[in-house]
Design a binder for this molecule. Structure first.
Ligand SMILES: [Zn+2]
Length: 241
């Protein structure tokens, strides 16, 4: 009798284990299928900028900061027009990575920046600038006005101390925007207050923090009263203010 009961318990136990294993396998398979359909959430899927942003996007973007070849492969894979310019400069201002986007509305020109900064600019335009301009003014962005990307200098132009991200064109300063309907939005003139332009500027500043490592605005200090400083500093997460 005792033996019969224990045998029953044994069978029941292994049945349960088998059922649990099947459920787990099912969950895993469903997970794999779901991830294959949502590569933006899959940490192992190659980054393609045509995918919407997902849970894995930020980690993949940050990993590109140390790998120029992998970064340019992402631009190629995503069908983004760009030029890979020859390295230039010396010492702290040596730029191994000079990538110029072929079709990006920077004005007065599109300077070469690092490849990670190029990708951050693309994502900012697609996921933040264009939707915000449409939502606030019903018009897409025609031009993004900048004050420069490359400058061989230390932070705040000091004689000593850390080098600026501008020294390697890993940064760009944005002064304002012109919409297709002609509306002009200037960081210097429109930042303060509660106007639609002021709200737009603050929202695109906040949105820039999703793709750039460091974002400094007039809220940060007086040196940024007329522009948004955006950079891809190798620090994990810089300031966003
Ligand atoms: Zn700057």
């Amino acid at each position: 009798m005792t033996r019969v009961i224990s045998r029953h318990i044994g069978t029941f136990g292994s049945d349960r284990r088998a059922a649990l294993l099947l459920v787990l396998l099912g969950v895993l398979l469903t997970g794999r299928v779901w991830l294959a359909e949502h590569p933006e959430h899959d940490p192992w899927a190659p980054l393609d900028l045509r995918d919407p942003p997902g849970w894995a996007t930020e980690a993949k973007l940050l990993a590109l900061r140390d790998d120029v070849r992998a970064c340019r492969a992402v631009l190629d894979r995503s069908g983004i027009a760009h030029e890979a310019l020859a390295p230039a400069g010396e010492g702290a201002c040596r730029r191994e990575d000079r990538t110029r986007l072929g079709d990006y509305p920077l004005a007065p020109d599109t300077p070469a920046v690092t490849c990670p900064a190029s990708i951050a600019l693309l994502m900012w335009q697609r996921d933040v600038l264009d939707p915000a301009a449409q939502a606030s003014f019903g018009s897409p962005i025609a031009r993004i006005e900048h004050l420069g990307a490359y400058a061989c200098r230390r932070l705040y132009g000091r004689d000593s101390g850390p080098w600026s991200e501008h020294a390697t064109a890993n940064a760009i300063d944005i002064a304002g925007f012109v919409l297709e309907d002609g509306t002009r939005i200037s960081v210097l003139r429109d930042w303060e207050g509660e106007s639609a332009k002021a709200r737009f500027l603050r929202s695109v500043r906040d949105g820039a923090c999703d793709s750039f490592a460091t974002v400094l605005s007039p809220d940060y200090n007086a040196a940024h009263a007329d522009h948004l400083h955006l950079d891809m500093s190798p620090r994990w997460r810089g300031v966003c203010r």
